[in-house]
Design a protein around this ligand. Sequence first.
Ligand SMILES: [Zn+2]
Length: 295
Amino acid sequence: MVKVFIDPGHGGTDPGAVGNGLQEKNLTLQISTLIRDMLVNEYNNVSVLMSRTGDQTLSLTQRTDAANAWGAEFLLSVHINAGGGTGYEDFIYPGVGAPTTTYQNLIHEEIMKLVNFRDRGKKTANFHMLRESRMPALLTENGFIDNTEDAAKLKSASFIESIARGHTNGIVRSFNLTRKTSEIYHTVVAGDTVYSLSQRYGSTVQQIRDWNNLDSNYTIVVGQVLLVSGGPSSITNTTKAAQGSQKTTSIVDYLNSINRDASFENREKLAKQHGIKNYKGTAVQNTQLLNKLRK
Ligand SMILES: [Zn+2]
């Protein structure tokens, strides 16, 4: 189990840098939380401890003490820059060698691949977080909060997600993490055609829409984790599924064919959602429900 300590910079009474309506402490928490979720949800054999998961005030010593006591193998401290500049840079402690330099190279490379920031380079600095931590440590500075262009980017949720994804991809390469094989199967209904769609763990319905150019004619039913084996397949590979399901007159067969829970409890819930009152599972109610779901 690889132990990764993630430190969202600042917090509580210390907002960090502020500018353009943004506070550093909030951005660092958003980015750090996303990195944790991506690592833990999508990869095997990695555990993450965060110095804070809310808006707490913590000293720098409390942060490095927590990482040292836990025995982290890597410390990542996430910050936003200020003071007249633009772009991304990261820091390791002066004079340290591999594997810290390797981690910096990989994480820097992966962030620059995904994030549309000017590359300010890989740097060293005698920062507390880098000096007092007993494990390889990297501190990232993700744009300048007082630069209007950087700040505009930092206001976008998808931009924040790309920063987190870049960090995640760098950590994955640094520690050779392997992907979980679980996938979520969603159901996409368009008119009377039912598609099943596999999608990477953790994606949102809006992302599924965006990535597949699905307009409002498509209803997306968020599915369950079903799989199994093999790598996650691409979102663009929508495959027509459940061919026979349009012909069946059984609500149970229909739900099974679109990978949905066909238990009485779930049918009762669906019936309620579709305005069928006092569902008892009668043939008439089942036909009503089937017709509603197929619409
Ligand atoms: Zn900071």
